[in-house]
Design a protein around this ligand. Sequence first.
Ligand code: NAP
Length: 521
Amino acid sequence: MSMSQTASTGSQMSGHHFSPEVHRSFRAFNPLKQEWIPREFKEATPEEIDAAVTLAAAAFIRYRKMPAAQRAAFLQAIADNIILLGDALLHIASDETGLPLARLRNERDRTTNQLCLFAALITEGSWVNARIDTGTPDVRQMRIPIGVICVFGASNFPLAFSVAGGDTAAALAAGCTVVCKAHPAHPNTSEMVATAIRQSAISTGMPDGVFSLIQGATHETGQQLAIHPLLAAIAFTGSFRGGKALYETATRRPTPIPVYAEMGSVNPVFFLPRILQQKGEALAGQFIQSVTLGVGQFCTNPGIFITNGPDLPHHFIESLQKHISTIPAGFMLTPGILDAYNNGIAGLQEQGAELLANTAASLSQASAALLQISAQKVLAGPSIMHEVFGPSTLHISAGNKQELYQLANTLEGQLTATIHGTEEDLREHIELVDILREKAGRLIINGFPTGVAVNHAMVHGGPWPATTPAAGTSVGTAAIGRFVRPVCFQDFPAWLLPPELQDRNPLGIWRMVNGNFSKTL
Ligand code: NAP
């Protein structure tokens, strides 16, 4: 089978042929126009899923051994080919998600930049974490790719967390092959990007099946993929329910596999007393911007904020109310996500939260909302501190410092936790920093959690239920660590060692040699 033979009608799989018989079809929805996009997509059949994963497993045998420079050229070509798709890609993505073109242009740049960043990482080479102990026995360790990775594209990042997004870039960089389950909300966008990957694979001489795209709009398709025996791991971004379902499926397999699910969190923001006295009004405006950015459809959206009640300046809450009521209602990614948002707001109110302010309601749009509840109610009842995906935030007002700490201790695992405070505030609340360090993957001082930099130090992950498991990150080059495992070679003859571990260090990488980082032995 050859990649160039891949048919384009009906199925959106690249990297292999597929059977003509199809059982279901679906279409994308344009949230701005509130209409279905005419083109029909076929739900992948079990046979097609099996063919894609089997081909990816065969491709892995060759791909894992390809020199880093060749894999880097592949990643670079994907970035180049995505750029070549031009504005057509952005228009299609906008039709399928309702996201504005400017935002999608930024997202495309982020997507291509992260592909280039991973290309640079593997070209430099030290990411393999080579460790050499030349005693008796002689033991040498490095990281190797694990196999076929199934990537579930996210609805809220049609480019940066979908077909050629961070998970795919990290997996391909590691030397793994990828089968991607496109998010059913943007099948056309997914197909265009998959085509760019397929062309890149051909032009850089990658094995057939190094990447395949699976289209589908039912849980069965995702489940079918998750149980495939040749899969090595799953990477997922989306709802808690979806991530947990896939996690449970993966652990029940005869051969369980890891699921790296990024399921979101409430991203608490703590506003300490002095800073609110000094610049409460300015912070109120910036905070509401963060809450409502992109109609609140970010996993780092600050869903709750906590203040110390007795010291809370009234003008802060008044400013928040004023700012939120100026935010226009916005279209969400899908009708299902809008329903979930509206139900989430209703659920908060049923649990005792009071609606302080919102924007004018509209049937098909989400209105931004500010809600409030006392710490006592939160601490007495079942947790109210769970994600409501969208442009809302819940104010929890603590009665005193102890209650503030109690609330922090009650938090579940988070992607981020933020503290706003003057130096004096921070010195007086050192315990808060200690508590939050145990809760979140990223701690932020005097900033806002939305906007995740893609770099070498970023952590986008956190303890359950933010992610499974907390040891990884899905943003930044450290994300590569999810798709590798360490292997050590004991008393190997020099000629049989991989180049990364040979005495003369032909790749010139940093290694830990007898306990010290060095480029020489
Ligand atoms: P989702 O329902 O979790 O879906 C994400 C992907 O997983 C889709 O490909 C979906 O495909 C698949 N999937 C979901 N449940 C599955 C299951 N039980 N078995 C197998 N596959 C499954 O997320 P969504 O569609 O993007 O949005 C739904 C909700 O997720 C939102 O309202 C929001 O609360 C949350 N969300 C969170 C984040 C975040 O970053 N934290 C991002 C986006 C959305 P099928 O639908 O075809 O099964």
